[in-house]
Design a protein. Structure first.
Length: 191
């Protein structure tokens, strides 16, 4: 046995005939929506320099680059897109809004930026969800506070019949419930 060399019996992917079917995505191949969602600001700027018509271009679901950036909490991308003139009022195919997406993610600073642009604070989507309902469902106390401070309607119900308070109680979110209760007390004191 001395002097006998062992040969590997393991075949490589190439020997088996396996080829890579799809190359991994590179920044050069990402869409404006993907660049926005990932906060790739330099590439987003370069992409928009190629064509301003991309700024509000919807994807197959009707989501704009601003919606993608808002949904993923990419504050620098949101700020840049708004500065370039992205329309924060656009609704996707199922009435999703950048504000609802940011509220759902708990991104208070983006919620505030969008509210500063005059978006509808009580916009509802296909199932009656509002930004406040999404903030409550996600247990995002700071978002709920920001929305309530700016006048979000606490009486609007989702298709399920839940108001924001009902939802907070049902989910056991005590801090969000306390925020809503404090807001109601302020409203009652004004009367």
């Amino acid at each position: 046995m001395a002097g006998t060399s062992k040969h590997s019996t393991t075949m490589t992917n190439r020997q088996r005939g396996n080829e890579t079917s799809a190359l991994p995505a590179t920044l050069d191949s990402l869409s404006i929506h993907q660049l926005s969602a990932q906060g790739e600001l330099d590439q987003l700027i370069a992409c928009l320099q190629k064509g301003e018509q991309l700024l509000n271009r919807p994807d197959e679901r009707g989501f704009t680059p601003l919606m993608w950036a808002a949904a993923f909490g990419e504050i620098a991308a949101v700020r840049y897109l708004l500065e370039k003139g992205a329309d924060p009022h656009v609704l996707a195919k199922e009435r999703e809004s950048a504000l609802s997406l940011a509220s759902n993610g708990g991104f208070k600073d983006i919620v505030t930026m969008l509210l500063d642009k005059g978006v509808d604070i009580n916009v509802y989507d296909w199932n009656g969800g509002t930004p406040l309902l999404y903030a409550v469902r996600g247990n995002h106390v700071k978002c709920a506070e920001a929305l309530l401070a700016r006048g979000a309607d606490i009486t609007m119900e989702a298709d399920s019949g839940y108001t924001p308070m009902d939802l907070a109680v049902a989910l056991g979110y005590k801090k969000v419930q306390q925020v809503i209760e404090a807001h109601i007390l302020k409203l009652l004191q004004r009367e």
